[in-house]
Design a protein. Structure first.
Length: 484
C-alpha cells in the first residue's frame, strides 16, 4: 500500500514537473528586443542637402536653400517600403552634415531655412505620419557628429546633441529604434572654421547618460550601435550575418583601444556574435538599396533576387535587415527602386504564403509534456513551443507530410524568450526507401532559413538536434518553395 502510494506520488510529481516551462538559458531578450525581432525588415531613409549635392557625406557647408525637393511625397516612399515587406522606418533626422529635418530650437541649420514649404516644413513629422498611416513602426537617427556646428568638439556641444534627441523623443510618438553609428569627428565646416576636429569618442558623447535619456523618454526604443545596447551592428554594410549566428554578444574594445563605444568595438566578432555572450544583442544587417546611402542618379537598386538572398542571410540567420532608402531630388523613391522593392516584397510574400508542412503528423523522440507537444510546431504561433525534459539535450522530430511535397527552404525557430539553446543539428529526408542527410547546421535562434542548393521532393522529413547545453525548445517549423 505504502509502496503504491509512493509510486503514485512520484508519478504525479514527475508529471507536474514535466509541465513546468524549461528554465531560461543564458542572456535573454527584453520586451523591446522581442518586438524588434518581429519586425525583421525595416528601412533607413537618408535625405538631406547632401542628396542635392550628389555626395555621400555632406561637409556641413551646404546652403540650407539647397534642400528644396520639387515634389516631396512621404506617402509614395512609405507605400513603396510597405510593398517591399518593410515593417519599420528609421528616418535620418540629422546626418553628419548637421542639417536638421525638423524645426529644432537647437540650431539655425534646419529645415525652416529651406525654401521647402516656405520654411514651414517639418519633414520628420511628414514621414512619421505616413509611417503610422501605413501601419509601420517609426524610429530616428540623429548623428552625434555635426560638421556644421561651430561648437562641435567643445564641451558645449553635448548639451545641444542631447537636446536634439529630447526633441525627437518627445514630439514624434513612440519609437521602435534610436539608431546610432560610429562616425566621430574629422573634417568639417564647423561654422566657417573649415578644419579637422578630433574628439575622444570614449567620453565626449557621455553615452551612459545620453542613452539614459532614451531609456527614460522612449523605453520601448531599441538602441542600435556598434555596441548595442539592444541591437548591435553586424560589422559590415553588405547586408548579411555569419552562417553561425549568435544573438548574444559581449562588447569589447578592439586591439589597441581601452573601451568599447560606438565607432570602436570588436568588429571581427560582430558578424557571428559570441556564444554565451553577456548580453542578448542580436545583429542588424544594414545595407543600402543602391550602392550608396544617398541618391546618386548613376546607381541602380539591387534586384529582387539580390534582396531575397540578403533576407536569407540576415533575417534567416536570426538578425534584422535594414535597407537604406534614398529619395531623389524630387523627394520620392526612383521608379526603379519602387519596382525593386515591390518585386522583393512579392517574392517574400509568395514564397512564405504556404507552409508545406502544415497538417503534417510530427513524432518527437522526447516530449516534456502535453503543454509542449510537437504539434505546436505547426500552429503558426511563436508563443507556443515543443520542449524536451530537462536531462534530454538531443532529440529528433519526424514529420510525416502525408503526401509528397517539393521544397527548397526550411525554416526553424527557437523559443527565444528562454534564450538561444541549440548548437548543432542536421536535417534528413526520406528518399529511395532510406534517410538522406541534406543539411548540417549550428545556430538557430529567432529564425533560421535554410536555402537548399536544389529542391527536394519527399513525404518525410527528420530534424535531429544533436547538441544543446540544456533541454531543447523549438517553436516553429516550415517548409517552403521559393517563388520565382
Amino acid at each position: 500500500m505504502m509502496k503504491s502510494l509512493l509510486l503514485f506520488l512520484l508519478f504525479i510529481s514527475v508529471t507536474v514537473y514535466a509541465q513546468d516551462a524549461p528554465k531560461p538559458y543564458g542572456a535573454l531578450p527584453s520586451k523591446r528586443q522581442l518586438a524588434w525581432h518581429d519586425i525583421e525588415v525595416y528601412g533607413l531613409i537618408h535625405f538631406t542637402p547632401t542628396t542635392f549635392e550628389n555626395k555621400e557625406w555632406g561637409f556641413g557647408d551646404a546652403d540650407p536653400r539647397t534642400f528644396n525637393p520639387g515634389n516631396f511625397n512621404a506617402e509614395q516612399i512609405i507605400s513603396a517600403a510597405k510593398a517591399g515587406g518593410l515593417k519599420g522606418i528609421i528616418l535620418v533626422a540629422k546626418h553628419h552634415d548637421g542639417f536638421a529635418l525638423w524645426p529644432t530650437k537647437t540650431t539655425e541649420y534646419n529645415i525652416t531655412k529651406s525654401p521647402y514649404k516656405n520654411g514651414k516644413a517639418d519633414l520628420v513629422r511628414e514621414v512619421e505620419q505616413a509611417v503610422r498611416k501605413n501601419g509601420l513602426k517609426f524610429g530616428v537617427y540623429c548623428s552625434p557628429w555635426d560638421r556644421n556646428n561651430a561648437l562641435y568638439g567643445t564641451d558645449k556641444y553635448l548639451a545641444i546633441y542631447q537636446a536634439q534627441l529630447k526633441e525627437l523623443y518627445g514630439n514624434y510618438g513612440s519609437l521602435f529604434m534610436s539608431w546610432h553609428d560610429g562616425a566621430n569627428g574629422g573634417d568639417g565646416y564647423y561654422g566657417g572654421a573649415r578644419e579637422k576636429r578630433s574628439i575622444d569618442n570614449t567620453t565626449y558623447y557621455d553615452w551612459k547618460n545620453t542613452w539614459a535619456i532614451t531609456r527614460k523618454m522612449q523605453p520601448m526604443a531599441n538602441i542600435f550601435s556598434d555596441i548595442g545596447l539592444d541591437i548591435r551592428w553586424v560589422g559590415n554594410e553588405d547586408g548579411h550575418a555569419n552562417e553561425t549566428s549568435w544573438a548574444t554578444f559581449t562588447p569589447m574594445a578592439p586591439d589597441g583601444k581601452n573601451e568599447a563605444v560606438p565607432g570602436q568595438a570588436n568588429y571581427p566578432q560582430s558578424p557571428g556574435g559570441i556564444r554565451n555572450g553577456k548580453f542578448w544583442m542580436p545583429a542588424e544587417c544594414d545595407v543600402p538599396l543602391r550602392k550608396g546611402w544617398f541618391y546618386h542618379p548613376e546607381e541602380q537598386p539591387k534586384t529582387p533576387e539580390q534582396l531575397f538572398d540578403l533576407y536569407l542571410k540576415s533575417v534567416g540567420r536570426g538578425a534584422g535587415l535594414d535597407l537604406g532608402l534614398a529619395p531623389d531630388t524630387r523627394g520620392q523613391l526612383h521608379e526603379d527602386d519602387v519596382a525593386a522593392l515591390k518585386g522583393f516584397g512579392n517574392m517574400i510574400r509568395n514564397t512564405f504564403a504556404k507552409n508545406l508542412a502544415k497538417g503534417a503528423i510530427i513524432k518527437a523522440s522526447n516530449i516534456r509534456g502535453p503543454k509542449f507537444k510537437p504539434s505546436l510546431l505547426l500552429d503558426g504561433n511563436k508563443q507556443s513551443y515543443w520542449a524536451t525534459i530537462d536531462n534530454i539535450h538531443q532529440a529528433s522530430l519526424e514529420l510525416d507530410l502525408k503526401s509528397k511535397q517539393t521544397f527548397d527552404i526550411i525554416s526553424l525557430q527557437e523559443f527565444i524568450p528562454l534564450g538561444q539553446r541549440i548548437e548543432a543539428y542536421n536535417i534528413e529526408v526520406f528518399e529511395n526507401k532510406q534517410w538522406k542527410k541534406i543539411y548540417n547546421g549550428t545556430s538557430i535562434g529567432a529564425k533560421r532559413l535554410i536555402k537548399l542548393d536544389s529542391a527536394v521532393t519527399t513525404n518525410s522529413v527528420r530534424i535531429n538536434i544533436t547538441k544543446s547545453p540544456v533541454c531543447i525548445t523549438l517553436s516553429e517549423i516550415g517548409l517552403y518553395k521559393k517563388a520565382l
